[in-house]
Design a protein around this ligand. Structure first.
Ligand code: ADP
Length: 740
């Protein structure tokens, strides 16, 4: 058969008959060859289904595996045939290319990356209609309380039987009965209604001089249609969001099919943010995050794939949506560690976003008040561009930050608030201003210990501490999700009433605050007390409305919120993130605490922040107090450079896991012994991971440190080839690990 030889044409070979390679969304490293008996071969990126093993599997037509043409010819008689080509838009070639690249970079199989793109069920069967019901206004001949309940929620807006049943609390049978009675009429509706188009001509606020300069700078790069990673650097409240909104408008105006993506680190932030986008562009963007229902996910996925949804706001996995024409990515709070996915395929969404833009040739904006050292070094060395916004919009003041040295200003025994912080809160209460007490620890107490025998309560099969949650009277493991009622006796020595709560969590600080200020309106906010973005929203709204005097919160309240009457932030334990040997501990503490303290004094009233610490001399705390971010980053950079750690060197973690500790130890040491000797490579370990046992699985780690010019992935794949697989021992790779 004659076949077009365009770049998008899949692998085909005139002698062997029409054939295509298909990649399946399964953890497999390569595409498989199939025959295709359709007139025209489906182009690369098409969704097809084909027999794979005993099943029919939906996959994607992929570029031919390189260098395998000969082998294929020999086996042509064994090839199976594609069963179906879906009537759905094919994946864009830049996305196919990105999947291949991401697989090589992260060292996960291509199919595992494709699976992140195909995370939606039933998306490939093209538009389907759904039966829904509208009220006809006719009273049924026989009216019952059940029928009345359904009619009360039915209206001119079509709703499915399931929706009507849920809204009325009745069964779907009642709904169907009303159709027979003529009170409801059936209509066919699209289950995935299109998104409203953003109004790109709508004027945003009048920009300040700095903002206009930054917006023009970015607009010029967008106009040139080229890739640049651009850091938008400015303190919280300096107006970065307004700047990147302009960039989104410019990118979408340039091309009627262009699409843009705004990535946010946390879903707790997305609800208010979606409203802000809607206010700016007159239309809600397509959302993408883990709290969406299956139907909502499908709607966004399909509408993005069709190119209909032009603006998407989402969490890190939105990077893998099937955009046909992505032209801009914004990574807000680019320094945030939530961009690092630690389960399944391990990747960093900021780094992958930049790589995606670089390969497809579009700009990527990185916004932050406390950019990561990686990004700052990329700017310093000329790989990234940067534009800065000086000061806060409208000259709102930055908070005045001071340290409380807990060695000198100690709280009473069993209490956590120092006399100085208590005085400040008193002053705020009398001035009718709000205070935020920040402690990044959920629950009542992080450690439960037997006073008699010293036993520490841990999760079964794990080295993780059980955290007391006093509101529910349970002990909970924050790593495994295990929980149990708090026992009355020590499980080891059986002493009764001997289990003691050690250290504070937010619930315990709230207890102290309620005791001290019984008349104040005090609320606790953490992911336990307010699970789900909506409940959290209620507390945040109450805070905004001034209905709370003292909010005691974990990091869920640290980011992105604007509380006009909040003038005092007290950080209960500023040292918390500094413990442990994490490379980025100081950097993260700096980022988190500047974000938290930045909550104070955002409107007309000046704010202040107090950090309780036992390490008042630590460089990171001094830098926070003096506001000298650049000096802090310079010191951090120097320390990393001396050690050859990222971003001055490359790092990978090889983690081995097994339920059998002896086998694990043997496998880790054997692997260490087979490591190829190479110039510019250093192997550290094996060592136990900080949490050694989790859910009965023990873990050991080897760290590979490489000079920047070394091809780390090539080294690792060579090493893995030499490693004999050991039964029951699983190996995972993490390129540029975040915590170790
Ligand atoms: P950032 O993203 O740097 O934290 P925002 O863009 O959210 O800052 O701006 C902080 C506050 O100032 C927001 O309430 C925003 O609406 C307001 N703001 C920023 N720029 C302008 C402007 N040019 N005109 C009016 N209000 C603005």
């Amino acid at each position: 058969p004659e076949l077009a030889s365009s770049a998008a044409a899949p692998s085909c070979d005139a002698d062997a008959g029409p054939r295509v390679s298909v990649l399946f969304p399964l953890p497999l490293p390569k595409a498989y060859d199939y025959l295709c008996d359709s007139e025209e071969l489906p182009p690369v990126g098409s969704f097809v289904s084909a027999p794979f093993g005993p099943r029919e599997v939906t996959g994607v037509v992929w570029p031919a595996n390189k260098g395998e043409a000969k082998k294929k010819n020999a086996k042509v008689q064994n090839l199976k045939t594609i069963s179906r080509v879906f009537d759905a838009p094919p994946l864009a070639s830049d996305l196919v290319d990105f999947i291949d690249w991401a697989a090589d970079y992260t060292m996960y199989p291509k199919g595992a990356i494709l699976r992140m793109v195909m995370r939606v069920k039933d998306a490939f069967d093209g538009p389907r209609m759904q039966t829904a019901f509208v009220a006809t206004g006719e009273k049924p001949a026989r009216i019952t309380p059940k029928r009345e309940a359904v009619l009360a929620v039915a209206g001119a807006e079509p709703q499915t039987a399931a929706q009507l049943a849920e809204a009325s609390g009745m069964s779907e049978a009642v709904v169907r009965g009303l159709v027979g009675a003529g009170s409801l009429a059936k209509v066919e509706v699209d289950p995935d209604p299109p998104f409203d188009a953003p109004d790109l001509m709508r004027a945003g606020p009048t920009l300040s001089g700095d903002q206009q300069y930054a917006a023009d700078f970015v607009a010029e790069i967008i106009a040139r249609d080229e890739h640049k990673a651009i850091l938008v650097d400015g303190v919280t409240g300096s107006g970065k969001t307004e700047v990147y909104f302009e960039a989104v408008a410019a990118a979408l105006r340039k091309d009627p099919d262009a699409q843009a993506l705004i990535l946010l680190p946390e879903i707790a932030l997305t609800l208010p943010f979606l409203e802000r986008v809607e206010a700016r562009f007159g239309a809600a963007p397509a959302p993408w995050h883990s709290e969406l229902t299956g139907a909502q996910r499908r709607r966004t996925w399909r509408r993005v794939a069709e190119g209909q949804a032009r603006l998407v706001v989402g969490a890190r996995s939105a990077l893998f949506l099937p955009f046909p024409k992505l032209k801009l990515i914004v990574v807000d709070e680019e320094h945030d560690s939530a961009y690092k996915q630690e389960e399944g395929v391990i990747y960093h969404a900021r780094d992958l976003a930049v790589a995606r833009g670089a390969r497809a040739g579009f700009p990527v904006l990185l916004a932050s008040a406390t950019p990561s050292l990686e990004t700052v070094v990329n700017v310093d060395e000329g790989r990234y561009e940067a534009v800065g916004l000086a000061g806060r919009f409208n000259d709102a003041q930055m908070p005045d930050i001071s340290l409380i040295d807990m060695r000198e200003d100690a709280p009473d025994a069993g209490k956590w608030l120092s006399p100085r912080l208590v005085d400040e809160i008193n002053a705020n209460l009398s001035a009718n201003e709000q205070s935020l007490l920040f402690l990044n620890r959920r629950g009542y107490a992080p450690l439960t210990l037997c006073r008699r025998c010293g036993h520490k309560m841990t999760a079964p099969g794990s080295d993780t501490m059980l955290v007391e949650h006093r509101f529910e009277n349970r002990l909970v493991c924050h790593h495994t999700g295990f929980s149990m009622p708090k026992p009355s006796a020590c499980p080891v020595c059986k002493a009764v009433e001997s289990l003691t709560a050690c250290g504070p969590g937010v619930e315990r600080v709230a207890e102290e605050a309620k005791e001290r200020w019984p008349d104040a309106r005090i609320e606790v906010l953490s992911s336990d007390t307010a699970p789900g973005p909506r409940t959290m929203r209620a507390v945040l709204d109450a805070m905004k409305a001034g209905e709370i005097d003292i909010l005691i919160a974990t990091q869920v309240a640290a980011k992105g919120h604007h509380f006009p009457n909040l003038t005092l932030v007290g950080v209960v334990d500023a040292d918390l993130g500094l413990a442990g040997g994490d490379l980025r501990a100081a950097e993260r503490t700096y980022q988190l605490l500047s974000q938290v303290t930045g909550r104070a004094g955002r409107a007309e009233k000046p704010g202040r922040a107090m950090l309780q610490t036992y390490q008042a001399d630590a460089a990171v705390l001094q830098a926070l107090a003096s506001g000298d971010r650049d000096a802090f980053l310079a010191a951090e950079a120097m320390g990393r450079q001396e050690l050859g750690f990222p971003p001055y060197g490359r790092l990978a973690a090889v983690t081995l896991r097994s339920p059998d500790e002896v086998a694990l130890d043997r496998a880790a040491n054997a692997m260490r012994a087979t490591a190829p000797v190479a110039d510019g490579i250093e192997i550290l370990g094996p060592a136990r991971t900080p949490i050694y046992r989790l859910r009965g699985i023990a873990r050991m780690r080897l760290l590979v440190k490489a000079r920047r010019n070394v091809n780390l992935q090539a080294y690792l794949s060579d090493w893995l080839k030499r490693t004999k697989s050991q039964s029951g021992v699983r190996i995972t790779l993490d390129i540029n690990p975040y915590s170790f």
